[in-house]
Write a protein that binds this ligand. Sequence first.
Ligand code: PLP
Length: 400
Amino acid sequence: MPVNDAPTPAPGSRGGSPAGAPRALSPETLAVVAGRPPRAAGSELNTPVSLSATYVGGGDALGEGGLGYGRFGNPTWEALEEALGALEGGGALTFASGMAAVAAALHLAPAGATVLVPRGAYNGTHALLALLAEQRRLRVHPVDVTDVAAVRAGLAAVGGPAVLWLESPTNPLLEVADLAALAAAGRERGALVVVDNTFATPLLQRPLDLGADVVVHAVTKYLSGHSDVLLGAVVTRSEDLRARLGRHRTLHGAIPGPMEAFLALRGLRTLPLRLERSQRSAAELALRLRGHRAVARVRHPSLPDDPGHELARTQMRGFGAIVSVEVAGGATAADAVVGAVCLWVPATSLGGVESLVERRRRHAGEPDVVPQQLLRLSVGVEDLEDLWEDLSQALDAAAR
Ligand SMILES: *Cc1c(COP(=O)(O)O)cnc(C)c1O
């Protein structure tokens, strides 16, 4: 799985377990085995889709372990949560979408708190923060997450409670943030440290091991992996935070559908295989793209001269499968590339088996630190040569 020699922070890869102690399962195995019903002769191998809006009362049905009502809990969500929690090393709660998970995590902040957020974070997160700022619930302070000293200074300048919101690599600039150093700075200041781990997935990095309080996922993307589900998750080691997030989910009602939870868990089973192939192709495409005359700049942490390369080598188990490309000739030329692809799908979103390409600034809400001519490529699992042929012909057509 690793495309580099970086040490892995995941369980089972720690090596040197004391004599006699059982070795923890590797994440590649957990993705397959976690979240299954107890093994017994004749039992189901997979947790079934549990379609019930309510549960029969009586006895202690509402007591310990009893779900009571479909908004309070569901066995299919729980199976997915068990698997996600095992992979991230915490307790997981699933939500109706990635944004529902982002909103729940932001809701942990007291009114009036200041949220330090990467300048180039996911545009939905920026849009929600702008709304919360407009409503005077939170203050927002964009920071350069590649500059630890600047983030530390930003934290020191905050008067009241603070949230340090992180993404790494960022969407779509692929900036790599030093999560351990930033989490330590955040904690020192008493800030709640949240990492949106959608791009890396727990297979490439585990932010809770690096000191984060909360991890957020758009399960919609790599974890589900087939562009057929919208779902989110929040993971934490804190019992208190988990209880507050659970209460938020029950009362705000952004609960996952049982079918979506089933599909996400089914997709998760092959995450290690999908990611391994996609990120191998992504690294090769990044190299080839750099040599193309229609390309002005390629961003991918695998490239030795990428600003995030050295940090990614030590912090991550692989460099991920998103590549960003700046097309020579500006937005018009970039749009022409998107218009000329046949195999790549011109579409938003990422992390599925199919390769997608999008000019991010076509969205009005995209942060303006993102260049107009930037194309975000989500590399899927198709044959590498087929992907390259289509992309290079589209670039040729745009350069003509
Ligand atoms: C897509 C995405 C989200 C939002 O997820 P949805 O399921 O679309 O609501 C949040 N963060 C990142 C980094 C994303 O890519």
